[in-house]
Every structure is written in C-alpha cells, then in structure tokens.
Design a binder for this molecule. Sequence first.
Ligand code: PLP
Length: 394
Amino acid sequence: AGAGTAGFKRASRIASLEISEIVQLAERAAVLRAEGRDVISFATGEPDFPTPLHVVEAAHAAALAGKTRYPATLGTAELRAAIAAINDVTAKEVIVSTGAKQVLANAMLATLEPGDEVIMPAPYWTSYSDIVSMAEGSPVVVACPMAEGFKLSPAALEANITPRTRWLMLNSPSNPSGAIYSPEEIRALADVLARHPHIWILADEIYEHLNFVPFHSFKACAPELAERTLIVNGVSKAYSMTGWRIGWGVGPAELIKAMGTVQGQITSGACSIAQAATLAALTGGQALLDERRSAMRARRDKVVRALNAIPGIDCPVPDGAFYAFPNVEGVLKAGGFASDADFCGWLLDKAGIAIVPGRAFGLPGHARLSFAYSDPELDAGLARMSAAVTARIN
Ligand code: PLP
C-alpha cells in the first residue's frame, strides 16, 4: 500500500466516523456562525459554569511554586492519596490520567487481545466503541430501549456473554440517557457477572455528582466483584474542569500497573499543575456540587417540559447527568426524515440548532440535547426548535 492512507489500519478500524459526530457538529456550527448565522448549540457535554476560583488559584500557586516538572507517571502522590481516601482504597489502586477518556483508553489498550469482546449497553457514550476498536477489541452493542429505561437487563447481559467477553462497560449516570442504575439493578447484573469470572467491569461514574435521584456506585453494590472492577471518574463534569484534562481510574493494583505501563510509554501522565488544581477541587468545600446539581435539575425540568410539548417528540425524565435523550421517531415519520442524522442536519441548517443524532450513541431514532447551557440559550433554542419542527410536520 506504500505511503497511502490505506496503511493507516488502526485508525481506519474506528467503526463510526473519523472524527466523532459531536465534534463534527460543533465544527459545522462554528462554520455557520462564522458565516453570520445565529447558531445555538446543545451538542457538547460541557458545563457552562466557570471552574471554581479556589481551584484556579491552586493552579496558579502550583505554577509559582515550580510544580512544572514531569509528574510521576501514575499521578502525583498527593492527588493519588486524596482519590484513594475518597474511594477507601490504597494509592496503588489509583491512576490519574489526562481525563476519564484516557483512563478508558489505557484500560482497553492494556487489557484487550485482538477480537476480545466488550459489551456496551446502547445508548453508550460515543467514544466507547471507537476506543475499543482502536485497541483491536470488538464492541458488542446491546440495545437497551427507552421502554426499559435505557438500562441493561440481566437477561440481555447473559445473552451477550461469550468466552471472548473481556469487559462490560457500564455508565451510570449515563451519557446520553441520564439513566441511573438502582442498587437492585446493579445487584441483578452482579449476580450474572458472578457466574462469569472472566469478565471485568468498567463502571464509568463521571456524572456521579450530577444526580437527581440517589446515586449508588457499582463497587458499593457489588463488593464481591471488586477484584475485577475499574471505577472511572474525574473532575470534568461536576467541577466544570473539562479543559484541565484530569480523570482517574480506581481498580486492582495489577490492572492499574498495566494501565500505568501504557500511560508511561505512550499516552503520558497528566499535567502537574492541573493535578494540583484537582487536589484543591477534591479537598476544598463541596457545597458547589449541591448548587450545580440544583441548577441542572431546574434546567432538566424545563427542557423535558419543552421537548414533550413539541409534536412527535417523546422525552423521558433523565435521572442524572445533563442530557435529554428523547425519542424523535414521531418527527422523523411526520416530517419525512430518512434518519435521526437527517433530522439533526436539517435542524442545524434550517433553524440553527445543533443536537446530536442517536446513532452516534448506538441507538438511532433518538437525539441528544445537552442542557449544560445557560437559561437564555435554552429558552431561545427550544422555542426555535419547536417552531421549526412544528412548521415542518404541519
Ligand atoms: N465518560 C463519559 C460517560 C463522558 O460523557 C465523558 C465526556 O463526555 C467522558 C467519560 C470523558 O471525560 P473526560 O473529560 O474526563 O475525558
């Protein structure tokens, strides 16, 4: 194949699109804005609140104090100790990475053999399937329909397990559905997993603090599976620190060591200044978490109400995170759209509203709107979306 792009085998293994559909939408919205269009984007899962001042000040102090040298591969001793204390484990069971996304990538790169299967209930966060494919694994997508609360049932889990299953990726609270697994639901899945000791569990709990019903960690509900459970978390969402790029994994020391090898050799450790800032976020006052949760709850209620008032849209109430994931099949049918992507493309071009098609999350017929946006943006955007859809289908 010579030097042609056909040689880029690993990159071409990404099952979906070269750049994530969400990034593409955001870029298209930016182009339209540059052309002078008034575009309102609900495409990105990024809190609009600023990073707390004491966190920014801690970063400033760290930089002034000369914490600007290569950090330890697995994370600074102080931050690993703080995360260990919160999770009731030892620091050896903690790895700090440049965001939760890198934790996921490290885990897959460290553990998958070509063809190993990873079960991911759909809708799943867009990057899951691509990360698994890049690590030469096979995503096993299990559709979890709205009627089942977008949650994986024990029967569906059992039916998709094979001798090649390596991981189950579970995300609660979920991006994009907002679903939160109850202790009973986690227990039912754990009972299945107990019969299949070759399967590891990756519990992505990055929306832990953005819950509108009680949240329960997978590990707390299934402690007997702790030696094959990796908890993934980070500061991006709850502390409005997306750009600081800090996330972490909490799991058995041997797994953490293997992930550290990947991180040390290829993906690199996390920024020392951002780690100092994260330490301040985790050890400082936590009242802001309650404030942000209440703000998001009010937005959730407003968005769900507005969406359900649009003909053809059926939006369940999300229990957590900051996304609405309505079924839009009524709009597709009445509006003559070929697919959810066709609808979302039209909505952006016609009405200047950016939302993400459900197919990006492995569950077509839906669309995701992030409500991590200001009230004026939400009000204006929802009104415009309602007017455009209503005009199209009437
Ligand atoms: N996991 C889920 C479910 C997410 O929604 C995201 C970000 O959107 C991530 C992980 C990645 O988070 P980070 O910003 O820490 O890389």
